[in-house]
Write a protein that binds this ligand. Sequence first.
Ligand code: APR
Length: 259
Amino acid sequence: MNESPVTALHNRVLAADRIVFFTGAGMSAESGIPTFRDALTGLWERFDATALASPQGYRADPALVWGWYEWRRMKVMQAAPNAGHVAIADFVRNNPTKFVEIITQNVDDLHERAGCTHVTHLHGSILAPRCFACERPANAALIETIPNEPEGGRRLFPPHCDHCNGTFRPGVVWFGESLPQAEFKHASAAAREAEIFIVIGTSGVVEPAASLVRIAKKAGAFIISIDPNETMAELYADAVVRDTAAVALPTFLTACIAP
Ligand code: APR
């Protein structure tokens, strides 16, 4: 009897030993965290990326940038993992013999809070501010937890480093900055070794993170794309699931549990 495409996909995932989940902002959208490029709701539709997400923007107006990221940090702290995050964590737990990597462009900790312990962050963490001058991690006591901020936050002067008196900056990778080398090297190796590479909720337009799909494809991985919209990653996809993370992943992964 011919397998349905979905059954064929399930069986392929079940049979695979090395699987990579590569996630973008769409993975956290159903947790209430805005994406970047979605029409009308994306952050870059409403705010100026170069003014807010670059070293130049921070130097020009540290209070504007720090206040905006504090607003985003609050949104992350108030968010909860969605059913998609939980489905990936359950899949990892229910398939202990598989080698599963979660590689994310997201700066939130929702994969971790859903129960994933092995998460590679390519673009840093909004929860780990550090000193702009000496790079030391911020002392948590110095980072005030601000109450509910208005949309976009308000100007907030960044606290000072208690080591060098520099000012704190968000612990994320900004436009014009390099990705953390160790993380990207690890992610590239995982993409090369993957049998299945599942891309979830990324427009696939920001390099070098977006190159991971091409690396996986070139190395022979089966590429599955999960996104409600058409994306660049679909150019390399062997299977496309046109749905959201919190709907598609529970449906797709709960059927992929080793007997
Ligand atoms: N489920 C799955 N995907 C979704 C959902 C959802 N509920 N909602 C939106 N999406 C998809 C969109 O269709 C889009 O393809 O998520 C993707 C979001 O794309 P972007 O906003 O460009 O986010 P991302 O690809 O993660 O951006 C990459 O760009 O601005 C930088 O550093 C930032 O890490 C970010 C990088």
